[in-house]
Design a protein around this ligand. Structure first.
Ligand SMILES: Cc1cc2nc3c(=O)[nH]c(=O)nc-3n(C[C@H](O)[C@H](O)[C@H](O)COP(=O)(O)OP(=O)(O)OC[C@H]3O[C@@H](n4cnc5c(N)ncnc54)[C@H](O)[C@@H]3O)c2cc1C
Length: 434
């Protein structure tokens, strides 16, 4: 070994030191790294895959208003003009001349976020799988990660952000939370489908197509459509891949839309479906995105929530750096901010998900009658999980029978969570004007 080699080896063996380390280069990690760097911190992000945005584990359904707020260029999402819910025997279609939902170019969006992160001053390290946290006196003070030549090394920082998605690599090993027992399991083909209407998105429910979950057809422009099936484990032990492969036989009415189609990509993934974890802040540790259960369990939507929660985590990590205080007590402000902004909606989404995951085919058919009485704006708010007293009053005004059904209890609890403690009456609904 030459002297120069010896110096290089000792440099490599020394721990690398930063203010903030981010584990995971998905939407939450990229947003966290960008926000922390913008806050003045020295940031490194470690991603186990060789490329940001590959492989894809998501369908990319999202919302135009959020993409605008988050500064995602409009050529990276495809706007949707028609949303159809299909149950075994019924349907409900909503038209949006001014599109509200969209389907993302997932890789394009993640690479765009990566560019912003680098521009903000953070370092990205693809091909750097993190093996686990470094713990000292119960505090997370860094991670052990392999480099691109498979050599393990130490990376140290007073604040570490777990953005490792469903695997929650650091949170479980640092005993922040126990990981997930209930989860959505999805499989999808990204097809070239020349006969598919690019304006029409479908959400399809029923035991024939996706027991306890749903199937989806998400057009994303230029002839491409993501066709997928998701089921909830362990509610059912169905195999999403099997249902996907037999989709056309299970739903012949949609088969013409896929005439002449063929797969270009195949994706699978897992999504936490048991609500927000009890705590997502520890000593020197913040968890964000799927690693903290921050997605909406209503329909398994997590990308925009991952970006928002990553931004919050990154900003607080930078504040901690400036204050020289990475204690859980200091970092708690992130958890408080997140719960104030998203906590109620996520709790209600989880309540809804637990109910609808157990619905029979008949119940799904009945729900189409309910949906057909809503306005397109109300349907979009429900799907987004933008719950408010006004929205629920509007739903009840159009479906007063719900108050006399088993749904009464759900509405009482939901109203309570929204800060309206007294049970709603039919007379009040009739005069609400919602
Ligand atoms: C089948 C399916 C369909 C979905 N469809 C939608 C949808 O239509 N719309 C929507 O909004 N959401 C959807 N979601 C949810 C959405 O994909 C997630 O909520 C979102 O990706 C969470 O982002 P994240 O950054 O927290 O985690 P992830 O996107 O999972 O990113 C985590 C990153 O961490 C990396 N990583 C993991 N372990 C390590 C390690 N040890 N070392 C280094 N890096 C590591 C991973 O490689 C990955 O890049 C879907 C999920 C699934 C499974």
């Amino acid at each position: 070994m030459t002297a120069a080699d010896a110096v290089r080896t000792s440099e490599r063996d020394e721990a690398r030191r930063y203010d903030v380390l981010v584990v995971g280069g998905g939407p939450s990690g990229l947003a966290a790294a960008e926000a922390a760097a913008l806050g003045g911190a020295r940031v490194a992000l470690l991603e186990r895959q060789k490329e940001i945005g590959y492989p894809i584990h998501t369908s990319g359904g999202s919302w135009v208003s959020d993409m605008r707020v988050l500064g995602i260029p409009s050529d990276l999402y495809h706007p949707i003009r028609s949303v159809t819910f299909l149950s075994p025997r019924k349907s409900a279609t909503f038209a949006y001349d001014d599109p509200v939902c969209c389907v993302l170019d997932v890789r394009g969006v993640y690479q765009h976020l990566a560019g912003r992160t680098v521009k903000a001053g953070a370092e990205l390290h693809p091909n750097s799988p993190v093996e686990g946290p470094i713990l000292e006196d119960g505090r997370v003070v860094g991670v052990v990660a392999k480099d691109h030549r498979n050599r393990p090394g130490e990376w140290r920082a007073p604040v570490v952000i777990d953005a490792s998605g469903f695997s929650c690599t650091l949170s479980t090993r640092a005993n922040l939370h126990a990981g997930y027992r209930r989860y959505g399991y999805g499989a999808e083909y990204d097809l070239y489908a020349p006969n598919y209407d690019p304006d029409s998105l479908y959400l399809i429910m029923g035991s024939q197509v996706a027991p306890s979950g749903y199937a989806w057809a998400f057009p994303r422009g230029k002839g491409r459509v993501r066709l997928g099936v998701g089921v909830i484990r362990p509610d059912v032990d169905a195999d999403a891949r099997e249902y996907l492969d037999t989709f056309s036989e299970r739903l012949p009415s949609l088969a013409p839309a896929f005439a002449g189609a063929s797969a270009v990509e195949y994706h699978t993934g897992l999504f936490p479906s048991e609500g927000v974890v009890p705590h997502f802040v520890g000593e020197g540790l913040l968890a964000t995105g799927d690693a903290a259960g921050h997605g909406s369990t209503l329909v398994g939507e997590g990308i925009r929530f991952a970006i928002y929660s990553g931004q919050m985590a990154g900003a607080v990590a930078a504040e901690a750096t400036r204050a020289g205080d990475a204690s859980a007590r200091f970092l708690e402000r992130y958890e408080r901010q997140w719960r104030a902004r998203f906590g109620r909606e996520m709790d209600i989404s989880y309540m809804v998900n637990q109910r609808i995951a157990a619905w029979s085919d008949t119940r799904w058919d009945e729900s189409m009658d309910l949906l057909n009485r809503l306005t397109p704006a109300q349907a979009a708010e429900l799907l987004r999980g933008d719950y408010s007293v006004g929205l629920f009053l509007g739903v009840l005004r159009r479906n007063p029978g719900l108050l006399r059904s088993g749904a009464r209890k759900f509405f009482d609890v939901a109203f309570q969570r929204l800060g309206r403690p007294t049970p709603v009456t039919e007379a009040e609904i009739a005069t609400s004007g919602a």
